[in-house]
Design a protein around this ligand. Structure first.
Ligand code: FE2
Length: 366
């Protein structure tokens, strides 16, 4: 990026030649895409958008947001945040373990803004400050995946309605069971934590979402996940962003991951969790299923080498996504976070089949 931010907060004039030059540099098409997206988030000319980015964010997204906000006529404040690569961490920060720190002044500006657009390289998702931001009513969205993914899986009101219907079903369930031919059989209780519907944009106060998305998730009741999840060959542990070459067996007892068995992949996963020296990394985190019909499981192979959050994998329609590590609602923060996406799983809520071998079954949820 040509302009290296030197201040904590930059206020960008919509009419500045720098903004126009940015649109020229990044191209009209990407600026159009971001303008359409911000319109979906209901950004209007009387509002303020706070843009958070790190030095390792995609520079074209900074330019596109500047151009899009200027076209809409809204006010833009920019919050350059120190790269998380500079944060002293005991292990490798990658994927959904973002813990970018916000200074107090930046946090207050975000809370006063109408929209927070988070394009920090690892996302502010697990930042302790995020809860405060959402409680203030700021609509918050995150985008990290490549432009092609943003465009292909561009969200819609139809996706929102479908995600809300699935979220409502998950939210009233008391028990969940997952089984698969690969050997998965795990149960847990639900109801302690709210279900969440993710549909890719935020048009409601205090809603957090991720562009692109399409999924529902919740945290199981504390201490209740019991059983085995077998991630099969071809399933994906994230942030490793690689397809498993052989099955990996995860054993949970009273909500704690007590065993990871399998081949080389199992060892990599164990090494990663152990490297944090944080027992919270072994807690069960969230679980749910994907709803994004344009997601492509081949994305990791096709986007090889690109920085990405792999929303193709996380949101793939009919997947089963479970995770280990944090639960910010319970005040459990840890950057040691794995999302593991599995195909061909059958998921039951209160004994009703919701997903059968990777296909969402109830007509009302399709
Ligand atoms: Fe996650």
């Amino acid at each position: 990026m040509r302009e290296t931010p030197v201040a904590t907060v930059n206020e960008i004039s919509p009419l500045s030649t720098a903004v126009r030059a940015g649109v020229d540099a990044v191209g009209e098409e990407l600026t159009d895409l971001f303008q359409d997206y911000l319109a979906l988030c209901d950004l209007n000319e009387s509002e303020t958008l706070a843009l958070a980015y790190t030095t390792d964010s995609r520079p074209e997204y900074v330019l596109a947001v500047r151009g899009a906000v200027a076209r809409i006529g809204a006010r833009l404040i920019e919050l350059p945040i120190a790269s998380q690569m500079t944060v002293r961490a005991p292990s490798i920060l990658r994927g959904m373990g973002g813990t970018a720190t916000l200074d107090g002044a930046s946090l207050e500006r975000i809370k006063a803004a109408d929209i927070l657009f988070d394009i920090t390289a690892e996302g502010l998702l697990w930042s302790p400050a995020l809860g405060e931001v959402l409680a203030s009513g700021t609509r918050t969205v995150m985008a990290i995946d490549p432009p092609e993914a943003l465009q292909r899986m561009f969200p819609s009101q139809e996706l929102k309605l479908r995600a809300l219907a699935n979220g409502e079903r998950l939210g009233r369930a008391k028990t969940l069971r997952v089984v698969s031919d690969a050997g998965t059989d795990l149960t847990c209780e639900l109801g302690q934590y709210a279900a969440r519907a993710r549909y890719g944009f935020s048009d409601e106060a205090g809603h957090w979402d991720h562009w692109p998305s399409g999924m529902v998730a919740t945290f199981p009741n504390d201490g209740t996940p019991e059983g085995v999840i077998v991630a099969n060959e071809g399933d994906v542990p994230l942030p490793f962003s690689r397809y498993l070459s052989a099955p990996v067996r995860f054993v949970f007892e009273k909500g704690i991951l007590t065993s990871i068995e399998g081949g080389f992949d199992a060892r990599l996963i164990r090494d990663f969790i152990d490297s944090w020296h944080d027992p919270r990394g072994y807690d069960f985190s969230h679980l749910g299923w994907g709803l994004q019909r344009r997601a492509n499981w081949a994305a990791i192979a096709l986007f090889e080498g690109e920085r990405m959050m792999c929303q193709d994998i996380r949101t793939f329609e009919g997947n089963f996504l479970f995770s280990t590590g944090p639960n910010e609602v319970a005040g459990r923060f840890t950057p040691c976070h794995l999302d593991i996406a599995c195909r061909d799983v059958t998921l039951l809520l209160d004994d009703e089949v919701i997903v059968e071998n990777g296909v969402v079954k109830p007509e009302s949820l399709q």
